[in-house]
Design a protein around this ligand. Sequence first.
Ligand SMILES: Cc1cc2nc3c(=O)[nH]c(=O)nc-3n(C[C@H](O)[C@H](O)[C@H](O)COP(=O)(O)OP(=O)(O)OC[C@H]3O[C@@H](n4cnc5c(N)ncnc54)[C@H](O)[C@@H]3O)c2cc1C
Length: 404
Amino acid sequence: MPDLPSAAAGSFLPGDDQREVQALVRRIAAERVAPRAAAIDRDAAYPQDMFDLLRDLGLFTLPFPPEYGGAGSLLSGCVAIEELGRVCYNTAYLLLVQWTPIGAIIAAGTTAQKQRLLPGLANGTLRAGFSLTEPQSGSDVSGIRTRARRDGDGYRLTGNKVWCTNAAVSDFILVAARTGEAKRGAINFFIVERDTAGFTVGRAEDKLGARGIPSSALFLDDACVPAENMLGVEGQGFKSVMAALNASRPLIAARGVGLAQGAMDLAAEYVSNRRAFGQAVSDFQGVRWMLADMAIGVEAARLLTYRAAALADAGAHGAELARAAAMAKCFASDTAMRVATDAVQLFGAAGISNDYPINRYFRDAKVLQIVEGTNQIQRNIIARTLLGSPGLGSTGLGGGGRSN
Ligand SMILES: Cc1cc2nc3c(=O)[nH]c(=O)nc-3n(C[C@H](O)[C@H](O)[C@H](O)COP(=O)(O)OP(=O)(O)OC[C@H]3O[C@@H](n4cnc5c(N)ncnc54)[C@H](O)[C@@H]3O)c2cc1C
């Protein structure tokens, strides 16, 4: 793989800090992570050893603000995810799930909530999940039905959630629930701790990809959480949490960049060693152009991702960040799918065999186009910054659609 683009080429490109992260994580990925990737996927078993490795290296701290022991760099986080995702989607996912809740907590949490939760997430003594999706509503967050009813000095939560990633190993989960009827203002997030009475985590889904990190249903049956576990102020949490998810979306894009790079690496190696019609497969012009197209896509996805992360680190917000982050997520995950599909093609029948790693990339890439806001929803976000909401004709970010 080529080095990262030169920092001199643009202020948004990685500098020395990112290069250090890249060198460290690239070495660890090759030596410690790559040998585990196939088994994690095959066994669909949570890779506790990989979690311990990332924690011991201090990698969880990267995007946390300095006051919580971090480097405060989403860009460094992207570089780490990219390097891990190049060899093992599931290990890269460990960083992402650890980081998904932090933007929400920073954006909407009280000082006490931040002090209670952020240091543990940064040093790996706490794990968390983020739960919005319900059986009847994924993209359409306004359709969630889980209720939070005020009861004395707490809330009682009742409802079912699905696809909550990391729930099975989480110490707490940020759960979205309605406190009233208004479409969005009435949705709030609650910190639901693992041992809360009335709260259970269901069985893990048997998945096509992302198999190492469990995604589970949640059941809330009059689960009682103290009032101080509501994230932020009643009625105001939802908007700031959604904005925070915009800010962390470059991390999702980075998984696509890493996956695409890894699939391309494997395809290039395979066609260089495989022979047909008396020559190396890599000498056929049709094949060379496929590799060239992969390289163009990967590099473009990388630059969109770094740019979005650098914007977030520089404090950009609102429509500017939402658009850059949605472009990065959409383009990087579509690129990952296209590159992985072409890479399977270049492996021929070996691409279909589970004895080779490439079909794992193909399966994981499909997940990326769906999670954290499908790519249709990302396109809706981008279009809204250009055209306004359908029927309203003004630019802005109002209107429906999941942003995580
Ligand atoms: C591996 C995995 C992990 C996940 N982890 C989590 C998690 O930790 N927490 C969590 O809350 N959720 C999680 N999810 C759920 C995920 O966020 C949702 O699946 C996703 O948002 C889509 O929702 P849906 O499946 O209900 O699809 P739907 O919303 O039912 O969409 C069906 C199809 O319609 C399209 N569509 C819907 N609305 C529009 C529109 N307005 N314009 C154009 N097209 C549209 C969608 O793009 C999709 O193609 C996870 C999902 C997976 C697969």
